[in-house]
Design a protein around this ligand. Structure first.
Ligand SMILES: Cc1ncc(COP(=O)(O)O)c(C=O)c1O
Length: 464
């Protein structure tokens, strides 16, 4: 695909960027001696930078977002057509694409009935936390206000969402955080040797039982919700161990705790099903989603709830506080649901869930054969096109490689024109998981190219 991008001189843009832009998650000192990277164009699974260099994007826009790939004119057309008709009205009123997308989305989520729109994953999670708090005040006489979250999970960047943040390095220096958020242990079997008293067998049930221990310690009457990623993303692509989720659901039911699943990464096809939780036969009360909902063509996030949760905000209309007193200005932008409808149509018409399953299997197989060749790969995890490999200095002790070395692999792949990801200043001493999450349109050639590039990079970085 080289040459598709008609290169113009973008040095003035590079200078404007260097002088004025503050990049996300970036230390800027480096740009005093190197040029910032500017992504100029995207087509399919590839992007081109300011030098016209093509990259295979193995992380869907860097952060698991561009699920249907770049350059989708039908989504751009859907957005344009909607914008010239009605770009915006506050979400206290409905909109044509808002109602239509809600209906389609609910069709993919049996047991859930209501969609609340906003515009980022962090915000959707904040809404869920607010609902739990309001239910605590209005329905439990002020009890059940605490929200449980898990070590290594991430739910967003605002102070509220960071209060539920299980990534200590991501949280460092941003406290104090909001009270009433309580951490439960992670469920990463590969690192169970670091957890006191973890058993050799039935680890999944044991890990879920650790949540119950926290509930009992805190007093079940104080716990309103448990917020979990179905498969932890930025915390190291943690696929839950067998037996974990059924037990988690059981515990929530036992103590009348709402189950809030954060599908911001896994939602809308990433794992080969519409939602990550649908792999585990569980029934959540609240589900949040963002990134892949419109594949980054427009900003849209959703909080989806059961009718039971919804009812608690309309069952006492004589009470003037008995509704969800929340608004998101840009939750009323119609571009989001217009793009989301087309995004969903593409996934269905192009059978991208099936492709994600098939290509995900290929990716996992390729990563396992890399593990056979590279001592440095300690563990391979994933579901669908959402995979990770933990790099370790020693397979026996499982000591993680340094963050610097993990980043060197990413930088080497980048030099070879393949973008992969790595846990980014998330976990002290454990930013050692490489992440692979190409668009759901990935072909066998794309997958093989990505993993053979990683193979070469591992050889170069670790002299193997
Ligand atoms: C699991 C999860 N939840 C929430 C968020 C926050 O989403 P946003 O960046 O759209 O606020 C992220 C972002 O990476 C995420 O990975």
């Amino acid at each position: 695909m080289d040459g598709q991008f008609n290169q113009n001189d973008l040095s003035h843009i590079v200078e404007a960027d260097r002088d004025h832009l503050w990049h996300h998650l970036s230390q800027h000192k480096q740009y005093e001696s190197t040029d910032p990277r500017i992504i100029v164009e995207g087509r399919g699974i590839c992007v081109w930078d300011q030098h016209g260099r093509e990259h295979l994007d193995g992380v869907s826009g860097g952060v698991w977002t561009v699920n249907v790939g770049y350059g989708r004119e039908s989504i751009a057309d859907a957005i344009r057509n909607q914008l010239v008709k009605l770009n915006y009205f506050a979400g206290s009123a409905g909109s044509v694409p808002g109602a239509a997308f809600a209906q389609e989305l609910i069709g993919k989520m049996p047991g859930l009935t209501r969609v609340y729109y906003c515009n980022s994953g962090s915000e959707a999670n904040e809404k869920a936390f607010k609902m739990v708090r309001q239910i605590a005040h209005a329905k439990h006489g002020g009890k059940k206000w605490k929200i449980l979250y898990r070590d290594r999970d991430y739910h967003g960047t605002t102070i509220g969402a960071l209060s539920a943040g299980g990534q200590d390095e991501r949280n460092a220096q941003y406290g104090p955080f909001a009270p009433g958020f309580v951490r439960v242990p992670h469920c990463l079997e590969y690192r169970k040797h670091e957890q006191e008293a973890a058993p050799d067998s039935n680890y999944g049930e044991w890990a879920a039982d650790q949540i119950e221990q926290v509930i009992l310690r805190e007093d079940p009457d104080t716990i309103g919700a448990l917020c979990l990623e179905p498969i932890t993303a930025g915390g190291g692509v943690i696929t839950p161990p067998t037996g974990y989720w059924p037990r988690v659901q059981e515990i929530c039911k036992k103590y009348d705790i709402l189950l809030h699943i954060d599908e911001v990464v896994c939602g809308i096809g990433r794992t080969g099903k519409w939602f990550g939780y649908q792999h585990f036969d569980i029934q959540p009360d609240l589900v949040t989603m963002a990134k892949g909902v419109a594949s980054g063509y427009a900003a849209i996030a959703c909080l989806v709830t059961t009718e039971d949760v919804f009812d608690r905000f309309k069952d006492a209309p004589e009470d003037k506080l008995n509704y969800f007193r929340d608004i998101s200005t840009f939750g009323g932008c119609t571009a989001g649901p217009a793009a989301a409808i087309e995004n969903m149509r593409i996934i269905e018409d192009e059978d991208l869930l099936a492709n994600t399953q098939a290509m995900g299997e290929r990716l996992m197989n390729n990563l396992h054969s890399l593990k056979d060749q590279h001592e440095v790969i300690g563990d391979v995890r994933g579901a669908g096109l959402f995979c990770g490999t933990e790099l370790v200095a020693d397979r026996d002790t499982r000591e993680p490689v340094s963050e610097k070395l993990a980043q060197a692999v990413v930088a080497d792949c980048m030099k070879q024109g393949v973008i992969i990801g790595v846990t980014n200043r998330s976990l002290p001493g454990k930013n050692n998981t490489l992440c692979f999450s190409p668009a759901l349109i990935a072909t066998a050639d794309n997958i093989d190219h990505m993993t053979s590039t990683v193979d070469e990079s591992l050889r170069r970085v670790f002299n193997q």
